[in-house]
Design a protein around this ligand. Sequence first.
Ligand code: PEP
Length: 246
Amino acid sequence: MARRRLVAGNWKMNGDLAALAELDGIAAAAAAAPGLDVAIAVPATLIMAAAARTAGLAIGAEDVHPAEKGAHTGCISVGMVRDAGGRFSIVGHSERRADCHETDAEVRAKAEALHRGGLSAILCVGETLAERDAGQAVQVVTGQLAASLPGGAAAGWLSIAYEPVWAIGTGRTPTVGDVAAMHGAIREELRALVGNEAERIRILYGGSVTGDNAAELLGAGDVDGALVGGASLTAAKFVPIIEAAA
Ligand code: PEP
């Protein structure tokens, strides 16, 4: 089944109001690629200004709290993201799983909160280098997926991002064969979990995607787009990835 590609950026803890000028070139490239979805997750401080600046790009958050409101200092809710003009959030990024000790159950709750609030989710899974070296990559990744997949998972609001932890921000990538094998395993696990809907849910690859390797990685079997960190920070680096995906 042909799935519409999604290229999503993740600015992490980078960017200020001046940096939003980069969105202009990115939005222009997205407008020139009508067959592609382009999204950017920005720091919470920038969601409102980013969403106001560009209509053609989906602007989102990098994380949300699963509760609607309350005593959770420093966190933002799905409603707050929506109110600021955000349309989605990343959940379960490996940096949050590591830095904030997020569990699969918490990731699942966050994704379900996004769905309840009418926003989309990009759910990240991925193995560490030690897990890959131990031959446990598929088991770890499919286990994370099974444990963190939200109820009601459907392509209309959910994408999966396979991000090997050891490839994030390192300049290292898996071979195209390894990417295809893992995406195939994720698709198979999705079939077991959600039946036919698995054919429609997009599976993105993330980890050191650049303009130089995007076409090759996007060409791997079952790769429906990319989640891009460092190379999403500037139009000069992100636009070639959009063009490779278009
Ligand atoms: C990410 O943060 O999700 C990511 C893939 O980062 P990078 O592209 O910099 O490896």
